[in-house]
Design a binder for this molecule. Structure first.
Ligand code: ADE
Length: 233
């Protein structure tokens, strides 16, 4: 998987993804990361990329030209025929686990990150990306959204997690939240690890986990529980 990020803050992206699972995936070559500075495509000697908004309004907008030039150069360098291009925007479709799953099969993904008040609409029109939101709130820029998405996608790529099972049994995998988990000691502050988990009986453990997953989902995410029940599992 090759990630490309068009941003005004490439260090933010490089630094954050250099840790933990994504950091290891970068080291192992499971993913590559190419954070491109939109400012490098400014056509003025002050490297300004933003300007006031026509019609008034507070804040500044990133101009169309540096974004469009950056995108064209990236497409040329990537050589990818059909890269997925995603624009991080609160107006997009809300990101979720099944989108992460679908995106994990791409060879190249380009994330376009706006900042300040966003990007001149003409650049968006020319690039024609898919708009994706992290949730119903406004972030200062698209970088954090792109970082979150890359993290969620990367852990679904075979080899990125220590064990291939790890992504199979976590929350959302089959429409349920994950069951509670425990490690040593067996008693802490008077709270005991459920006995079945110490029994060594894998069948019973599996049944207990499924039951807890269902219980939790019903309690914490009734919306998910309803969908799960409708599926008739
Ligand atoms: N940029 C600003 N807010 C955002 C959000 N909620 N999701 C994705 N990108 C954003």
């Amino acid at each position: 998987m090759n990630y490309h990020v068009m941003t005004l803050f490439p260090e933010m992206v490089n630094e954050t993804l250099s840790h933990s699972i994504t950091g290891r995936a970068l080291d192992n070559g499971i993913i590559t990361l190419n954070a491109v500075d939109i400012r490098d495509y400014a056509q003025n000697r002050y490297k300004h990329v933003d300007d006031y908004i026509y019609g008034g309004g507070s804040g500044m907008l990133i101009q169309a030209e540096p974004v469009w030039l950056c995108y064209q150069d990236l497409i040329k360098k990537t050589g990818s025929k059909r890269p997925r291009v995603l624009y991080m925007s609160p107006q997009g479709r809300t990101f979720n686990q099944s989108m992460a799953q679908a995106l994990s099969h791409n060879e190249d993904i380009i994330f376009l990150c706006g900042h300040y008040e966003g990007i001149d609409e003409r650049a968006i029109e020319l690039i024609n990306p898919v708009h994706v939101s992290l949730g119903d709130y406004v972030l200062t820029g698209g970088e954090l959204a792109a970082i979150v998405m890359m993290d969620a996608i990367t852990r679904l790529i075979p080899g990125a997690l220590g064990s291939d099972d790890s992504a199979t049994y976590e929350s959302f995998y089959d429409g349920l939240l994950e069951y509670p988990q425990y490690t040593r000691p067996p008693v802490y502050e008077g709270l005991e690890v459920p006995e079945v988990l110490l029994s060594g009986n894998h069948k019973l453990i599996e049944e207990w986990r499924k039951e807890k997953s269902i219980e939790r989902t019903k309690d914490r995410r009734p919306d998910m529980y309803e969908k799960y029940m409708k599926k008739g599992i």
